[in-house]
Design a protein around this ligand. Sequence first.
Ligand code: NAD
Length: 493
Amino acid sequence: MDIRPNYINGRWQPALGGATREVVNPANGEVIALVTDSQAEDSRLAIAAAKEAFYGKGEWRRMSGPRRADMLLAVADRIKARTEELALIDMRDNGKPLREARADVEDAVACFRYYAGLITKPQGGVYEVGDGFGAMHSYAMHEPVGVCALVTPWNYPLLMATWKLAPALAAGNCVVFKPSELTPLSAVELFRIFDEVGLPAGTANLVLGTGPNAGHELALSHDVDMITFTGSTRTGQVIASAAVGNLKKVGLELGGKSPNVIFADADLEGAVEWAMIGVFFNQGEVCSAGSRILIEESLKDRFVARLAERANAMTLGDPAQDPDMGAIVSQAQLDKILGHIERAKAQGARLVCGGERYTAGECARGFFVRPTIFDQCTRDMNIVREEVFGPVVAVQTFRTEAEAVAMANDTPYGLAGGVFTSDGARALRVMKEIRAGVTWINCYNPTFNEAPWGGYKMSGYGRDLGVNGMLEYQQVKQVNINLNPGPVGWYRR
Ligand code: NAD
């Protein structure tokens, strides 16, 4: 079996230590690839390459905007041309159904195109200034931050890579990218595409390995100017504290325990369907998952019955056959989810449906969990407080709008939230009170390249996507020009 190597300074090379890791297809437990397993020394090589490319050669940051845009458009075209292949890679690596993997590739294409377009749009500003020093002209220009380290999780392998790589490169930075060790394969293909379109050597570097071994050095290194990370809140804390040494810029997109607030006047069928998309899409391995359903008491029984009926009808199986749900990413994640389920039962939550590993037929060798609903949940239960990152939802009830808002905000997280009601004013009131970075009204989970994405509170800081996503990878320089050269008479002698 080929060993997928690192890509450093424009060359494919194995980790210096020569170690390898197996990549497993979670739908059947088979080893599908071997990848090189990097250590801190490999990350240091990649950082040095990015540093030389940015501060030394400076080819990428000095390249004209339209030319850089052309290269990113070429990347988008090549991803598009390989849609089916890349979708199959993410499907096998992650376990998600093929149609969802295809949608991820399409989103990645659109994301590269969006940021390629943004390069050539006006940035910065011109200011009228002058008092005290005579006529002056002042403007702000956007510049790349420098060497950026990008670290991503396993739930959307190609798409999370793209959310970071597209704006970081568009802004003119040189980067070191480390994907999750569980799902590194589409990143290797993306870097083959970077190589084919001819990004200057050292502009984009790929390091494959685990967080503690390969990733941590990216947070520690004083040669890295910025680290952006998507992953768990715990790892975000570790990275933020490791990053203080050189006060590098830090962007964190972390976990969540997001409330989906449903009032009795909501369209029942619509709310049920969106709640399913909210918590069962991508096997529930979604940071913004609406994993706490807060529902008005009078609607609860009807809603839960209908949700359970729909959840029980969901198909699980070989992701290539496009079931409703695919496999959980790994044995460890499966065990974590089952642990949450057992704890919820022990703490008195009522199991409505699911609640177990699914092993029928072809699923026997893979890591599958039936969609799971817990009712009668209370605020002190772990299932209400902790992120599960699987197809498990906790239902709680409220009686008043004020109570709903208080329950929605009763969490250390603040990534997302939803509101379902046919009362427009109430929808806006509640949305405004929810302390979260992304909110949905009468829908749940749609995400757009054009709109900023990120959390409040312990779901992190910084934004992916949209104009804000590019600003993250830029710093702003103020330039002041004296329009009347010569003495201004400030010193009178
Ligand atoms: P994780 O925190 O375990 O790992 C994420 C990445 O960080 C991996 O590449 C890992 O190798 C790396 N890493 C781990 N320790 C590190 C260290 N000390 N230094 C540098 N890198 C390190 O998370 P995961 O299990 O891969 O992903 C699931 C988590 O990601 C969930 O909590 C989920 O909510 C979150 N997530 C958030 C968003 C968002 O946009 N907010 C999106 C997707 C996933």
